[in-house]
Design a protein around this ligand. Structure first.
Ligand code: UD1
Ligand code: CA
Length: 452
C-alpha cells in the first residue's frame, strides 16, 4: 500500500458564520468540525494529516494538539483552494494524497475509505454527488460519452452548465506525483483572481492522466457548513446518527429531536432517556437506567439500574448500581456514590464519597467528605468545608450514623460509626463511635412574656 496523506483545507475565514471563532472550530454534536474530520481520517487509516491553517491558526493548532498524525501548514493569504494545497509542502509528499475540507463534518471514515479505494486505478479521483439543487457547487462537466472533462465553478458556468446536477463535493484523491506536476501549473485567470484546485482536472487530462469523477451515494459527503443554519443541520444529523445507533442497541429515546448524546458516550440496553437530556464527553451509562427529562451528565460513569430524576446535573462522578438521584440533584467533580444510595432534591455533592445504602434526601451540601454505609443525612445538613484561611477541610462520617436535620459539620471533623447527631447541631469536635452529640442551646420558656 502506498503512503496515504490527507490534506485538510481549513484556512478560510468562514465569513458567513458571522463569528470571531474560526469556522472549523465551531462544534457539531460536541466536537469541533476540524477534529471530527481528523478523527474520521485517522479511522480511515491515513498515515499523516496535514492541516492547512490561516485564519485563527493558533486556535486550530491548539484544538488539534492531541492528534498524533496531524501537522500544520500555514497559508499566508487566502488565494484559493489550489494555493491552500500548495501551502502543505507538496514537494515532500509521496504515495496518494486525499484532499478534503475542514468544514464537512458529516463525512464518515467509510466515505474517506471508499474514495481512497476508488482512486486505486486512477491518477486523480474527484468525489461527486448527484443533487436536485446544485446551488453554488462546482459542476462536473462530462462529454458525449459521459467522460469527465472538467469542473466549472458556478460563477464561471454558462446557463447550460448551470443546469448540471452532478457537483464537486470537494473531496479528491490524487497521486502525489500528479499533484506535484500539475498544481504549480494552475493559474488565477478567473473573475475572483483565485487559484482553483478544480482546474487540476483539465491539466491532468491534457497530460493524458486517468481522471475520474465518481458519485458518492450519500449527500453527507457534499454537506458543508457555511453558516449557522447549516451548523444547526449538521448538529441535528450527527446527534441523530448517535441516537439511531443507541436505539438499535436497545435504548429507548422518547424524543430524538430533543436528546443530545455525544459520540463517545455509551448507554446500556434497556435504559430510557427522556427529552432534553444531554449526555456529554466520555460518559458511560449502564443497563436499565432511567434518565428523566433535562438531566445533564458529563464525563461520568453511571452503573446499572440507576434512576436519575428530572433536572439533575452530574459532572466527572461515579454512581453505583440501583441508586436514585434527584430531582434537581447536583454531583460536582470527583464524587463517588455507592450502590442503592438515595440523594434527593437540592442535594449538592462535591468531591464526596457516599457509601452503599446511605441517604441524603433533601436540601444538603456535602463537599470534601467521606460518608460510610447505611448512614442517614438529615435535611439541611451542611459540611462547612471552606474555612476563613481559604483552605478546604474534610469531614469524615462513619457507617450507620444518624445525622439529624439542620446539622453543620465544621471541618476538619470525624464522626464514628453508629453515632447520632441531634438535629440543629453545629459539630466542631470529633464524635466517638455510638455516641450522641447535640450542640444546640436548651429551650427556654418564659410564661406570659407577651402581655395581652
Ligand atoms: C469548492 C470547490 C467547488 C466545490 C466546493 C465543495 C474550488 C475552486 N471549488 O468551492 O467546486 O463544489 O468546494 O464544497 O475548489 N480554503 C483555504 N484557503 C483558501 C480558500 C479555501 O484553506 O484560500 C478552504 C476553505 O476553508 C474550505 C475549503 O478550502 O474549507 C473550500 O473552500 P471554499 O471557499 O468553501 O470553496 P467553494 O467556493 O465552496
Ligand atoms: Ca464551501
Amino acid at each position: 500500500m502506498p503512503t496515504k496523506t490527507a490534506i485538510i483545507l481549513s484556512a478560510g475565514l468562514g465569513t458567513r458564520m458571522k463569528s470571531d471563532l474560526p469556522k472549523v472550530l465551531h462544534k457539531v454534536a460536541g466536537r469541533s468540525m476540524v477534529s471530527i474530520v481528523a478523527m474520521q481520517l485517522e479511522e480511515a487509516g491515513v498515515d499523516e494529516i496535514r492541516v492547512v491553517v490561516g485564519y485563527g491558526a493558533d486556535l486550530v493548532r491548539q484544538e488539534l494538539k492531541d492528534f498524533k498524525k496531524v501537522k500544520f501548514y500555514t497559508q499566508q493569504n487566502q488565494l484559493g483552494t489550489a494555493d491552500a494545497v500548495k501551502a502543505a509542502d507538496i514537494d515532500s509528499l509521496s504515495g496518494v494524497v486525499l484532499i478534503c475540507n475542514g468544514d464537512h463534518p458529516l463525512i464518515t471514515a467509510q466515505d474517506y475509505g471508499q474514495a481512497l479505494n476508488a482512486a486505486l486505478e486512477t491518477d486523480l479521483l474527484v468525489t461527486s454527488c448527484n443533487v436536485n439543487n446544485p446551488k453554488e457547487f462546482g459542476r462536473i462537466v462530462r462529454g458525449r460519452d459521459k467522460e469527465f472533462l472538467k469542473i466549472i465553478e458556478s460563477k464561471q458556468a454558462n446557463p447550460s452548465e448551470l443546469k448540471i446536477k452532478e457537483v464537486n463535493t470537494g473531496l479528491y484523491v490524487v497521486k502525489a506525483e500528479v499533484l506535484k506536476k500539475y498544481l504549480p501549473q494552475i493559474k488565477n485567470n478567473n473573475a475572483k483572481k483565485e487559484y482553483y484546485l478544480t482546474d487540476i482536472v483539465e491539466l491532468a487530462l491534457r497530460g493524458e492522466r486517468v481522471v475520474r469523477a465518481k458519485a458518492a451515494k450519500n449527500k453527507r459527503v457534499m454537506f458543508g457548513v457555511n453558516n449557522k443554519l447549516e451548523l444547526y443541520q449538521a448538529n441535528r444529523a450527527l446527534y441523530l446518527r448517535k441516537l439511531r445507533e443507541l436505539m438499535l442497541d436497545g435504548v429507548t429515546i422518547i424524543d430524538a429531536k430533543n436528546t443530545y448524546i455525544e459520540k463517545d458516550c455509551e448507554v446500556g440496553a434497556g435504559s430510557v432517556i427522556e427529552p432534553g437530556v444531554m449526555i456529554k464527553g466520555r460518559t458511560k451509562i449502564g443497563k436499565n437506567c432511567h434518565i428523566e427529562a433535562h438531566c445533564q451528565i458529563t464525563d461520568s460513569e453511571i452503573n446499572d439500574d440507576v434512576k436519575i430524576k428530572w433536572g439533575t446535573i452530574i459532572e466527572k462522578s461515579v454512581v453505583g448500581k440501583k441508586s436514585t438521584l434527584g430531582p434537581y440533584a447536583r454531583l460536582r467533580p470527583e464524587t463517588v456514590v455507592g450502590e442503592e444510595v438515595h440523594l434527593g432534591n437540592f442535594v449538592e455533592l462535591k468531591k464526596a464519597t457516599i457509601g452503599n445504602r446511605s441517604k441524603a434526601n433533601h436540601l444538603t451540601y456535602l463537599g470534601d467528605c467521606e460518608i460510610g454505609e447505611d448512614t442517614n443525612i438529615g435535611c439541611g445538613t451542611i459540611t462547612c468545608n471552606y474555612a476563613v484561611d481559604k483552605k478546604k477541610y474534610k469531614t469524615t462520617i462513619g457507617s450507620d450514623v444518624f445525622v439529624g436535620s439542620d446539622t453543620q459539620f465544621i471541618a476538619p471533623v470525624t464522626v464514628g460509626d453508629g453515632a447520632v447527631i441531634g438535629s440543629g447541631s453545629t459539630i466542631t469536635k470529633d464524635v466517638p463511635s455510638a455516641a450522641l452529640a447535640v450542640s444546640r442551646a436548651k429551650q427556654f420558656i418564659k410564661e406570659g412574656y407577651r402581655k395581652k
